[in-house]
Design a protein around this ligand. Structure first.
Ligand code: ZN
Length: 469
């Protein structure tokens, strides 16, 4: 399995199938099934996200999938961004429906009519809810599992209502930290940018996104957070009564993370032997492999079972009849962080051999210490996966100070940071001069120096150009 830049796409597709994350053989383009192993990974990843949502004061909910046409069409700016990507249900049984129903591409227009009923006074604010559901987009571009799907199987979307802009600003700051923590837990570095006006979420006044550099040097938008202003609340009459008894519009914001985050984890950490999973999210954290060639099978298997019993992490034991090589291959492919080999010579010495998945380094430990040593190793693996991913991230993104070096990055389709002024027209012009890169936005919290690479005026921010998924 190759992971070089040119072969990333092939590697990605085969690792998803061979490691049994998903099965994309379902007879409908852009849709797939999660297999048991992949579903466990998904549960662990979205479990952590759910924990972060709850911790930051969001309540989980569940809204309908179908949206009546007139309701979806109510917000003009919003629908303009989605109209060519909506699936429609037009029949109920044998009869045509009076009002066609859309499969949610996102849920603003599902939730806000109910927000109108739920919110009466300032005492009802802030309202902060989320749901983890599937959404549908009729993608006409090349589909790619977990990255560009027609049925996005997993989408955590949160929607919040506040009395004023301050509430939105504070919420976006809170989410900035929560998402940063989430990416850190996954050992996945990201560039956090504010999207230019022409690339905002349809209906938003501000969009922030977390872009991850994949092994092919393309960036993957892996999370977003939007300030929706008061546009939607005007349309859907989401109002509240303030302390003076006046009717006010709510300020809304939303933020989302989809199954793309799992593509980012797989892409960023994988290698030529398959998946490499951060220990906290690996469905199996350690696998015990009895190494039986000939001779004392019983003795070795009983020692292996004892080791297995002593483990306190998520564990597996491979007592299949396959030869050790086949067993190693299988568990490496699935990205199990630690393999515990128990062979005849190890048992004689009262030891087992721990093999870490990320570096494939081996270490002999006493049988009675295996559980403790595995726990230590899992922590070390997390640390070094984080470091390795950050090193790739930092070397992958070039810094350009001149138009020439920006042009070079464009030619090679490499992500690049450049000093820019505060004028979106200038960014647009720069993007227009690119062949392969697009302007992804200005880096949040960046401290620029020097001059705008476009117009030569004083730099006010740092812009990210990249070839995006
Ligand atoms: Zn400029």
């Amino acid at each position: 399995m190759e992971t070089s830049r040119a072969d990333f796409s092939d590697w990605y597709h085969s690792v998803l199938e061979e490691a049994e994350v998903i099965d994309s053989r379902y007879n409908l383009k852009g849709t797939y099934a999660w297999r048991p192993f992949g579903f466990k990974l998904r549960t662990l990843v979205f479990g952590e996200l759910r924990r972060l949502m709850d911790e930051t004061g969001h309540d989980e909910t569940l809204f309908p999938l179908l949206i009546p046409e007139d309701q979806l069409m109510k917000e003009a700016k919003h629908i303009k961004g989605f109209e060519d990507g909506v699936y429609w249900v037009t029949k109920g049984g044998l009869s045509d429906l009076e009002v066609p129903l859309a499969l949610r591409p996102t849920s603003e227009t599902v939730m806000y009519p109910l927000f109108k009923l739920w919110i009466r006074s300032h005492a009802d604010l802030p309202l902060k809810i989320y749901q983890i559901v599937n959404t549908f987009r009729y993608e006409t571009k090349h589909t790619r599992p977990l990255i560009r799907d027609r049925e996005i199987s997993t989408f955590k979307e949160a929607h919040c209502a506040h009395p004023d802009q301050k509430g939105v600003d504070e919420e976006m700051e809170l989410i900035r930290k929560a998402y940063d923590d989430f990416f850190a837990a996954l050992c996945v570095p990201a560039v956090v940018v504010e999207r230019p006006e022409w690339d905002r979420f349809p209906g938003a006044v501000k969009t922030v996104s977390w872009d991850v550099v994949m092994p092919d040097y393309k960036t993957l938008q892996s999370a977003t957070s939007h300030d929706l202003g008061t546009g939607f609340s005007k349309t859907f009459e989401v109002m509240y009564e303030n302390e003076k008894g006046e009717q006010q519009l709510c300020h809304l914001n939303s933020h989302g993370i989809s199954s793309r985050i799992i593509a980012a984890v797989i892409g960023v950490h994988g290698d030529e032997h398959g998946l490499v999973l951060p220990p906290a999210f690996a469905p199996i954290q350690a696998v015990v492999v009895p190494v039986v060639f000939k001779g004392d099978k019983k003795k070795i298997e009983s020692a292996a079972k004892k080791v297995f019993g002593s483990l306190s992490c998520r564990k597996e034991i491979d007592t299949s009849d396959d030869n050790p090589g086949a067993k190693y291959y299988r568990w490496e492919l699935k990205g199990v962080p630690v393999r515990i080999e128990v062979g005849p010579r190890d048992v004689e010495k009262g030891e087992a051999v721990l093999v870490r998945r990320d570096t494939r380094q081996k270490k002999a430990v006493k049988l009675k210490d295996v559980d403790k040593e595995v726990a230590k190793l899992l922590a070390e693996i997390t640390k070094s996966m984080k470091k390795k991913a950050l090193e790739f991230h930092e070397q992958a993104i070039a810094n350009a100070k001149s138009r020439d070096s920006l042009r070079e990055a464009d030619k090679a389709a490499l992500p690049v940071l450049v000093p820019v002024c505060g004028d979106a027209k200038c960014w647009g012009k720069l993007e227009g001069s690119m062949k392969r890169l697009e302007f992804r936005g200005t880096v949040l919290g960046a401290k620029p120096s020097g001059k705008c690479i476009g117009c030569g005026k004083k730099a006010e921010s740092i812009g990210l150009f990249s070839n995006a998924y």
